[in-house]
Design a protein. Structure first.
Length: 312
């Protein structure tokens, strides 16, 4: 019998987990009679009763498995841990807040089985319920990164997708510490069908993604899949060298022809501030890439496991 592994990343999801499990079981019994299932809950260092609920689910349902981290390592690490722990012929990644509707799973499965796809992924066509500024910034990010990177990233794409085992194995070969899964899905390739749906608000609890966390995540994506910022920094440096040379020539000509010395200190201060700002901006770009290299060469583990269902 074929098996589907359902990977659920959890961080302080005590309110949403029971609702998720109930809905997932309803979909399984209704749409997947002849398919075996396993649920892999990855607790990303939760501080509430998330692990207690997961243990209770395990006690009453042997399909439930879990991986508990020693601390919070982030969603990217949680997804990677779930992929490593999965044993199914097909693997899906879902959030516990039901923003990834389980009702779409049958359609995703049929796309792979009947239409010859390796992966069936979801994307939101609306961002209803999100702050306007956040939605605007998200759209602009996808426009920018698609111009910078050779890897195409779909606007509104979710991590919610169903993959064949061979695609999962390809993802697991990418053991980089600084992970940006939306880019990794595109990097490994494989034939993907996109399923669109309207945004669904959380069923319970609060989002863990602040604007600052999303901003850092966006920088992670840009530095992971594009070197354009480094090229841009070099171009700006060359441009300012040319401008500086032209200004020097203009000042010399003005002094010789008109006998007029250079202007006073206000213009000089403005130029110093402008050039200094550009230098710091360029150094910041270089620093971002150096910091990622620094973290990679340390070769630290992507996550550390505190407990699994096998330890009980």
């Amino acid at each position: 019998m074929e098996k589907i592994s359902v990977i659920v990343s959890c961080y302080n999801e005590e309110k949403a987990l029971p609702l998720f499990y109930e809905e997932m079981e309803r979909v399984r019994k209704q749409d997947f009679e002849n398919i075996d299932f396993e649920y892999i809950f990855v607790d990303d260092g939760s501080k509430d009763k998330t692990m207690d609920i997961i243990r209770d689910l395990r006690n009453k349902d042997e399909k439930v498995r879990y991986v508990s981290f020693s601390r919070n390592f982030g969603k990217e690490s949680a997804m990677y841990a779930g992929l490593e722990a999965s044993t199914g012929d097909y693997v899906t990644l879902m959030d516990a807040d039901l923003q990834d509707p389980p009702s779409l799973l049958r359609q995703m499965f049929d796309s792979i089985k009947n239409d010859g796809y390796d992966c069936s992924a979801t994307r939101r066509v609306t961002r209803k319920g999100e702050p306007v500024i956040r939605s605007f910034c998200a759209r602009q990010f996808y426009k920018i990164i698609n111009k910078m990177s050779d890897i195409e990233m779909v606007d509104g794409a979710r991590d919610y997708r169903l993959m064949k085992r061979k695609m999962v194995d390809a993802i697991l070969q990418l053991k980089e510490y600084n992970r940006y899964s939306k880019g990794l899905w595109s990097f490994v390739g494989f034939k993907t069908k996109w399923i669109e749906y309207e945004n669904i608000e959380r069923v319970a609890g609060e989002t863990k993604w602040s604007f600052w966390k999303l901003f850092k995540y966006a920088l992670e994506g840009i530095t992971a899949f594009s070197t354009t910022p480094l090229i841009l920094s070099s171009i700006i440096g060359i441009l300012f060298c040319i401008i500086a040379f032209l200004i020097i020539v203009a000042i010399i000509i003005k002094t010789i022809v008109l006998g007029d010395p250079t202007s006073g200190w206000p213009s000089l201060v403005c130029i110093i501030f402008l050039v200094s700002g550009i230098q710091l901006f360029s150094l910041g770009i270089i620093g971002q890439y150096l910091s990622k290299t620094y973290l990679e060469v340390k070769n630290r583990p992507i996550y550390i496991v505190k407990e699994t269902e096998k330890d009980v």
